[in-house]
Design a protein around this ligand. Structure first.
Ligand code: MGD
Ligand code: MGD
Ligand code: SF4
Ligand code: MO
Length: 712
């Protein structure tokens, strides 16, 4: 009897569940949806479920990536210890040894080749605190000018367009709550429905309220389903198309003359330039019929309010920054900015795509969106950091140009935090070879990514479940990510790793932080008086107010929902319009006899960037387990490509092999390949090295290619 009872209680005990709940934010896109991980444990096993949590931006919604994000975070392949490459194999070592090796290697490289022989490559997935510290680490601990980050491949075109036009760059000029009340919305090169899915209800509400939605994309996507008018533009022709829209707006006199006079410089030059263009020629060049250009321009011009959103379709071009400026020209000409329900949205990509572009990870930048070449700015930051201004390096070069310097042998060492450049940079084979030339590569990651594979030393870091800190979301809202999940093995937070290496390099006094909040308190001071002013923000306020939109310059300031209501951020308070030439400074590849098709690249719903994380998630990987090429059936037949077969795609740079997917949704002159897969499926093998002359963005969205069936 007692035996039976005992057994009964033991089984009960095994089944008894304890439940723990962890707050966090999704590790993926810029919506930064608040979520909770529920851990249900019995004696024998642990089960995880992710649920959404209410907040002002995503309102408790999650998409399929967020719902399954924990699958990679608790994956058995997470790196748990520092790992040193010995005879081509990674071997576990202690932190003590790892830091000692870094110190030795970094010192030797800098002694032999100078300070700038070391470089730092950061990320917009890390927190504001970590992005800030990484910039400080490069300048103060290493004393190198070479630092840049993956946001260069992401937000740089939109950022430079907004900075040049308005004098400041915050993704959304208005709060997200205004979207449902805007009367006409242009979505240019953005696939929100797959890339920021939880934002979609705002646009659905706008539609219910009668808004007219125009989507510009060479493909039909989940987002074009929202469209009242879909302009199926030729890849790379957005700047030309925007000229067409402007021409109609000016010729039909749909202008806001008062706004132009009071608040804009440069309108006459734009007016003169577009008057020299012929609308039918623009239609020909852009692939959008004249009537559709007229329709879009007329509706946008006539409606009382309007918004334009751009994303990587327009921006990841060798004329990306100027193409965005042409869309901003439309907003300025029609007076649809700085007003309720009218404004601009550069749809930020990565989780901290906004904050990580503000606090000093960029080659030419100091915290608070300050410039490293501006004497006042240098003095201010040197003072906050407690160093002499002369000790601060000058500006370096962009992400891809750093890789070119690795190839040329000028950069010998790289500290890589939270990025996978071997997959994400253009001309991927070149990038791999350049990185292989380094004397010493340290990669800080959660997994052995394709780039970490090439490292001499990998340092294990913590995930979104484990690292607290602030993230600035798609709106420009600073949010506090609470995170308290238990750390795997000996992994450390990115900010801790930075501080420990700085300490070993004898710079510990500048990096004596014991929590993200302490780092934030310094970041606040460093941002004070800058364009991205966080100085009125505290962790307590973020908890109470559920996030604050910057600028927030003092403790009583509520944050700024709408920008530019009275003035723009240039010295004279005015915005600047510029004519945007149809023929860009760097000519784009056009299909030709040898390479007859356009290739454009982008994303699918279930994967994230280079796929290192989402390919580890069984649910997400099952939805899309390999790369593919979307192709129109009539084009496919012309090149004897059946549906669902392997195809070789070649450009001047290289080739890949992926599976064909027939679809009438795409233009007949274009094929589309997502970039979430590596090695022989890495579409970046095909993309050229050319960069936008202003912002140094690669032209990910246009290559000329040929396709051939792969024999069975
Ligand atoms: N599911 C998912 N969501 C993500 C990400 C992800 O990897 N997966 N990444 C996040 C990040 S970092 C970013 S930057 C954002 C990116 O978000 P988006 O910019 O929306 O994503 P993309 O798919 O790169 O490109 C958007 C659209 O541009 C179109 N396009 C291609 N060429 C052109 C062109 O020449 N002109 C125009 N007008 N359109 C063109 C493509 O067909 C595509 O539908 O998404 C974020 N969210
Ligand atoms: N052809 C083509 N190429 C593109 C694009 C495109 O549209 N087409 N888009 C570009 C864009 S917009 C972007 S943003 C880039 C992104 O390019 P990458 O930055 O290279 O992409 P990720 O996959 O985010 O790489 C992040 C790495 O950091 C690791 N990681 C994740 N979280 C953390 C963390 O908290 N700390 C640390 N230390 N590591 C972490 C992940 O495991 C992964 O290995 O790709 C660009 N490349
Ligand atoms: S991927 Fe973006 S939309 Fe989806 S849950 Fe994460 S943050 Fe939200
Ligand atoms: Mo991005």
């Amino acid at each position: 009897m007692t035996e039976m009872l005992l057994r009964y209680f033991r089984t009960k005990q095994k089944e008894a569940q304890t439940e723990k709940i962890y707050d966090t934010q999704c590790p993926f896109c810029s919506m930064q949806c608040k979520m909770q991980l529920i851990e249900q444990s019995t004696v024998t096993r642990k089960k995880y479920v992710t649920v959404g949590k209410d907040n002002p931006t995503s309102e408790g919604r999650l998409c399929v990536k967020g719902l399954n994000a924990h699958q990679h975070a608790v994956h058995t392949e997470r790196i748990k210890y520092p790992m040193l490459k010995v005879d081509g194999e990674f071997k576990r070592i202690s932190w003590e040894k790892a830091i000692k090796i870094i110190k030795e290697k970094f010192t030797t490289i800098q002694d032999n080749y100078g300070k700038d022989a070391l470089s730092v490559y950061g990320s917009a997935t890390i927190t504001n605190e970590e992005a800030y510290l990484l910039g400080k680490f490069a300048r103060v601990a290493l004393g190198t000018k070479y630092i840049d980050y993956n946001g260069r491949l992401c937000m740089s075109a939109a950022a430079s367009a907004a900075a040049q036009t308005f004098g400041m760059d915050r993704g959304f000029t208005n709060s997200i709550q205004e979207i449902p009340h805007s009367r006409c919305i242009i979505l240019a090169g953005t696939n929100l429905a797959e890339c920021q899915p939880t934002i979609i209800p705002y646009f659905e509400k706008a539609k219910e309220n009668g808004a007219f939605i125009i989507v510009i994309d060479p493909r039909e996507t989940a987002t074009t389903k929202l469209a009242d008018l879909h302009l199926k533009v030729k890849p790379g022709m957005d700047a030309a198309l925007a000229n067409g829209l402007l021409k109609v707006i000016i010729e039909k006199n749909l202008l806001d003359e008062e706004f132009i006079t009071k608040r804009v410089n440069g309108f006459d030059d734009v007016k003169h330039y577009v008057s020299t263009l012929v609308l039918d020629e623009i239609a020909e060049i852009s692939g959008v019929p004249t009537e559709q250009i007229i329709k879009a321009a007329t509706v946008f011009g006539k409606e009382e309010t309007g918004m334009i959103f751009t994303a990587r379709g327009v921006e990841q071009q060798t004329d990306g920054s100027i193409a965005v400026r042409n869309f901003l020209n439309i907003l300025l000409a029609t007076g649809k900015i700085g007003k309720k329900n009218s404004g601009f949205g550069a749809v930020t990509g990565q989780g901290n795509g906004q904050g990580a572009r503000e606090h000093g990870q960029k080659a030419d930048q100091l915290p608070g969106y300050r410039s490293i070449e501006n004497d006042e700015h240098r003095k201010y930051i040197a003072n906050v950091w407690g160093i002499d201004e002369e000790e601060l390096p000058r500006k370096g070069v962009s992400a891809f140009e750093m890789i070119q310097k690795m190839d040329e042998g000028e950069i010998k060492g790289l500290f890589l935090m939270c990025s996978n450049p071997v997959v994400s940079n253009p001309s991927a084979e070149f990038v791999k070879q350049a990185i292989e030339k380094l004397d010493f590569l340290v990669a800080v990651d959660m997994f052995v990514s394709e780039t970490a594979r090439l490292a001499d030393l990998i340092l294990p870091t913590t995930s979104y479940l484990e690292t607290p800190g602030t993230m600035t979301n798609v709106e420009g809202r600073v949010t506090l990510r609470e995170a308290s999940f238990s750390i795997r093995g000996e992994a450390k937070h990115d900010w801790q790793i930075i501080c420990e290496i700085a300490q070993a390099l004898g710079k510990g006094q500048y990096f004596s932080f014991s929590s993200p909040e302490e780092v934030f308190n310094e970041l606040k001071e460093a941002s004070r008086g800058g364009i991205a002013d966080y100085s009125g923000i505290t962790y307590d306020r973020l908890r109470e107010q559920k996030g604050i939109l910057w600028p927030c310059p003092d403790d009583d300031h509520p944050g700024t929902e709408r920008l530019f209501e009275n003035q723009f951020a240039h010295a004279d308070g005015k915005a600047i319009m510029v004519p945007v030439p149809i023929a860009p400074e760097i000519p784009k590849e056009k299909p030709n006899q040898e390479f007859p098709l356009y290739l454009t690249t982008g994303r699918v719903m279930s994967h994230y960037l280079t796929g290192v994380q989402t390919r580890k998630s069984s649910t997400l990987a099952a939805r899309e387990f390999e790369s593919y090429m979307e192709i129109h059936p009539s084009t496919a037949e012309k090149y004897q490509i059946k549906d669902n077969v392997l195809v070789k795609i070649e450009s001047k740079r290289g080739s890949i092999i992926v599976r064909s997917k027939w679809s009438k949704a795409i233009r007949k002159d274009t094929v589309f390949v997502p970039f979430h897969w590596a090695d022989s499926q890495n579409v970046n093998r095909l993309v050229s090295k050319k960069l936008d002359p202003t912002c140094r963005m690669p032209g990910f969205k246009v290559s000329a290619v040929k396709i051939t069936p792969v024999a069975n």
